[in-house]
Design a protein around this ligand. Structure first.
Ligand code: GDP
Length: 233
C-alpha cells in the first residue's frame, strides 16, 4: 500500500473505554503532547487538510477519533496530553486511559509518537513509552517540525531522540524507528509511510514510481523493528 493513510475516512469518536469499538482490524495509534503537531502529521500523511482537526485550543479535545484506512485498518488519534490548563483530575483520567489503552488494546499493531523535534521527548512521552514497550510492539517517532532546522541539522535532531531513547530504554531501542518529519514541508512522508505499511503487512516498495511530492529519501533500515503480533491473545 503506497500511501497507507491516503483516503482515510472519519469513523468514530469515543470518550471512554466502554465506547471503544471491539478489537478487530489492525489499529495504529497516534499519540503526542498537545501542540506537538499530531493532527498536522495525520493530515499530511492522509494528504488531507482537515481530516484530523488542528486545535487552536490545545488540550480541549479529550477523546479518541478513529479513522478507517482504505484496507480496513483503523487509525486511533489519541488525545494530546500535557497541556497545562487542563484540570488535574481530567489529566489523570486521560493519562490512565491512554496507558490502559496502549498496554492492553489487542488489535494495536504500532504506536506513532509525535514529538516536536525542537524539544525532544517530554516526561509524559517517556511514561507513555515505558507503559507501551512491554507489549513488544513497534514505535515510530515522528520528530516533527524539522523545517525549523537547517537541512544539515535535521539528522542531528533525529539522532538526539534516538540516543535519548537508547539511553533510557536500552532493552527496547530496537522497537523504535525515528523519522525526521515536517507536515508543512512534507519531509519524511515516504519514510513514515514505509514503516506504517510494514505494520499493516503491506509494502510500499513495489508500487512503482514515487508520487508527486515524494522526496528522494529512503525509509530508515528497520534496525530490528518488530511487527506487533497480528492477533495477540
Ligand atoms: P496537535 O495539538 O499535536 O494536534 O498539533 P497541531 O497539528 O494542531 O499543530 C500545533 C501547531 O504546530 C500548529 O500551529 C501547527 O501549524 C504547527 N505545526 C504542526 N506541524 C508543523 C510542522 O511540521 N512544521 C511547523 N513549522 N509547524 C507545524
Amino acid at each position: 500500500m503506497k500511501h497507507p493513510l491516503q483516503l482515510a475516512e472519519f469513523h468514530l469518536t469515543v470518550a471512554n473505554d466502554a465506547q471503544l469499538p471491539p478489537p478487530g482490524p489492525p489499529e495504529i495509534a497516534f499519540a503526542g503532547r498537545s501542540n506537538a503537531g499530531k493532527s498536522s502529521a495525520i493530515n499530511a500523511l492522509a494528504n488531507r487538510t482537515r481530516l484530523a482537526f488542528t486545535s487552536k485550543t490545545p488540550g480541549r479535545t479529550q477523546q479518541i477519533n478513529f479513522f478507517r484506512l482504505r484496507n480496513g485498518a483503523l487509525l486511533a488519534d489519541l488525545p494530546g496530553y500535557g497541556y497545562a490548563a487542563v484540570p488535574q483530575a481530567l489529566k489523570r483520567h486521560w493519562q490512565e486511559f491512554l496507558a490502559r489503552y496502549l498496554a492492553t488494546r489487542q488489535s494495536l499493531v504500532g504506536l506513532v509518537l509525535v514529538v516536536d523535534a525542537r524539544h525532544g521527548l517530554a516526561d509524559l512521552d517517556r511514561r507513555l513509552l515505558a507503559g507501551y514497550f512491554p507489549s513488544g510492539r513497534p514505535v515510530l517517532v515522528l520528530a516533527t517540525k524539522v523545517d525549523k532546522f537547517t537541512a544539515s541539522a535535521q539528522g542531528g535532531a533525529r539522532r538526539a531522540i534516538e540516543r535519548d531513547i537508547a539511553g533510557e530504554f536500552p532493552f527496547h531501542a530496537a522497537q523504535v524507528a525515528v523519522v525526521a518529519f515536517s507536515a508543512t514541508r512534507h519531509i519524511g512522508i515516504p519514510a513514515a509511510e514505509a514503516i506504517l505499511a510494514s505494520w499493516l503487512g503491506e509494502t510500499t516498495s513495489d508500487a512503482g514510481a514515487p508520487a508527486p511530492g515524494d522526496r528522494k529519501e529512503k525509509a530508515p533500515r528497520s534496525r530490528g523493528v518488530t511487527r506487533g503480533p497480528k492477533n495477540p491473545r
